[in-house]
Design a protein around this ligand. Structure first.
Ligand SMILES: Cc1ncc(COP(=O)(O)O)c(C=O)c1O
Ligand SMILES: N[C@@H](CCOP(=O)(O)O)C(=O)O
Length: 547
């Protein structure tokens, strides 16, 4: 079957055969779910995608399911009982979402008019990453217990997770993996470029298997170090590396669930005006393209989506791609005609990343965009009328060439007209400045008394613009973090509002006193070989029980 929606002859709740996976760069193919979850990144540097996107054939009948039951149905389309028995998968899902503070897990609220907010921050670390990382932590544990049955000492499969964070993935991964047997977790964050609460959430976790590394550099440097480690034969032969970033397929898969869940929540909340089968717009504050890519999968599985709207901050490589067809780290690369970077006074680093009020999205290169590029290239190749194997090979070659140009020339494009048109059929994009972010936080507070975090505010401003273009279509804006994580931006926006008090209105009890706790973090240079040696040394100490 081609890489369109796959007919699943069963009830739509279970898939008898597991999906197999291939790399976006074409070398790896036919891997199992367990293999891609444990490997994270393909050996050719590409990202794993399923050979086929399964159709959620009876998705309409899932309307009244709980989040956990819905998650089971969605995930079962990708994970067969032969890989994880149904009862075990149910148990992993149930435990993953029992840690959330809301019974709905990801509740939907009506924000204003036709704009609804999907609150994704009710997990342990108050950011959307918990939805996938609570699940991934339990999945890792499940696979490791199974692989290590009857094994002792150095014979045990020990996973060394290395991840990069601009603030939220780090704490969510740490909370998903802390104290788990047979896993060490190394999180690299850009020193001084995450919010104070985000830094405390990571560095106050003192479990022996948790290692925080503060890198002199930006988030992209951290992400590059992680990719260099995955590409290094030395550490790969001595350690089994695992990924918690959204390069790991399980992250994307787990996130598809809340697109379905919010759609059904809307249908339950607005029975007179919204019917199953009607289309919605999803607006997603975007950095690494992992969150919105999950929406793309949900759509390809059958969810009626009018548009997926990418909302970027002033680090706008994606917005520029949708406007020009060129994907360029710096607009200076061949883009003088677009006028270069706007002169808006935001601190721009020499490396091209701007420090904005939504720091988790201060990303120059979006790693998951590679997955979408593969699907766009595949669609383009399919129009040549060749067989499916040829189409997939062609897509892998195209993606490899684009990514090689990104590495050597700093960008690629313009892509073929048909490729850009295909991208525009499903997606739109909006760029939101820091000033517009502040204005949005302030206006929402004044108009409805709701406090937005700055990333969500980027999404809500984009949602307002998008809703104005499609007035009859309901819009669901994804709220990706709790405002208390970004006290600086929220206070800047609301400090002059009568009666506004951050501690009383925003701060959850979980954050009180975090700054008094003991911390553990090591500084490292932006040098992947130095990180490699540190990882080896700290894993060794951990295994000897010295930490
Ligand atoms: C609060 C917040 N919003 C939005 C994003 C962007 O999500 P993605 O990287 O999946 O595009 C991130 C980081 O990834 C985040 O931490
Ligand atoms: N914004 C992220 C950056 C890492 O993205 P990921 O989704 O690929 O893990 C963060 O908060 O760390």
């Amino acid at each position: 079957m081609s890489n369109g929606a796959v007919t699943n002859g069963s009830s739509g709740q279970t898939h008898t055969e597991s999906q197999r996976y291939l790399s976006t760069r074409g070398d790896d193919s036919g891997l199992s779910f367990e293999e891609v979850v444990l490997k994270g990144l393909a050996s050719d540097g590409g990202l794993y995608i399923p050979h086929e996107i399964p159709a959620a054939e009876q998705w309409e009948s899932w309307k009244d399911l709980s989040f956990v039951d819905l998650a089971f149905n969605v995930l079962s389309l990708y994970i067969s009982p032969s890989e994880i028995p149904a009862e075990d998968l149910k148990d992993i899902i149930r435990r993953s979402y029992a840690t959330f503070r809301s019974p709905d897990v990801t509740p939907l609220i009506q924000l204003q008019g036709n704009i609804h907010l999907l609150e994704l921050f009710h997990g342990p670390t108050f950011a959307f990453k918990d939805v996938a990382l609570q699940f991934l932590g339990n999945l890792f544990e499940y696979f490791l217990v199974r692989r290590n049955e009857g094994k002792t000492g150095r014979d045990r499969y020990h996973l060394t997770v290395v991840g990069a964070t601009s603030g939220d993935t780090g704490s969510a991964a740490i909370y998903g993996l802390r104290g788990k047997k047979d896993v060490s977790v190394f999180m690299l964050h850009p020193k001084g470029r995450v919010s104070p609460i985000q830094e405390l959430q990571m560095t106050t976790v003192l479990d022996a298997n948790v290692h925080n590394l503060a890198v002199t550099g930006n988030f992209d440097n951290c992400q590059d170090i992680v990719k260099a480690l995955f590409a290094d034969p030395d550490i790969n032969s001595s350690h089994k590396l695992g990924a918690v970033n959204s390069i790991n397929w399980a992250r994307i898969l787990a996130q598809t669930v809340y697109y379905f869940y919010s759609y059904f929540s809307l249908a339950r909340q607005q029975p007179d005006s919204f019917k199953i089968g009607d289309k919605v717009r999803f607006v997603v504050p975007t950095g690494n393209f992992g969150d919105i890519l999950a929406g793309y999968f949900a759509h390809r599985m059958g969810l009626p989506v009018d548009k997926l709207v990418i909302a970027t901050n002033e680090n706008d490589i994606l917005d520029r791609f949708w406007k020009t067809g060129r994907y360029e780290k710096k607009p200076a690369y061949g883009a003088a005609a677009e006028g270069g970077l706007p002169a808006d006074g935001v601190k721009a680093h020499e490396d091209g990343v701007k420090e904005t009020l939504s720091p988790a999205m201060d990303i120059l290169v979006s790693s998951n965009f590679e997955r979408l590029l593969w699907f766009l290239a595949y669609e383009f190749a399919s129009s040549a009328g060749m067989d499916d194997e040829w189409n997939k090979k062609q897509a892998g070659q195209e993606v490899s060439a684009w990514l090689a140009d990104l590495k050597t020339k700093g960008g690629f494009g313009p892509v073929y007209k048909d490729v850009l048109e295909a991208a525009r059929r499903t997606f739109e994009s909006e760029r939101v400045s820091d000033q517009q972010t502040l204005d949005t936080i302030r206006s929402l507070y004044k108009e409805v008394g709701y406090v937005l975090d700055p990333h969500t505010a980027v999404g809500v401003e984009a949602a307002r613009r998008s809703a104005a273009r499609a007035p009859g279509v309901p819009t669901i804006a994804l709220s990706t973090a709790h405002p208390a994580k970004f006290a600086g931006a929220v206070t800047l926006a609301l400090r002059d509002e009568p009666g506004f008090e951050f501690d009383a209105k925003v701060l959850p009890p979980e954050f009180v006193g975090l700054d008094k706790k003991e911390k553990r973090v090591r500084d490292v240079a932006n040098d992947w070989t130095a990180v490699r040696e540190l990882v080896k040394q700290e894993v060794e100490e951990e295994l000897k029980g010295l930490r």
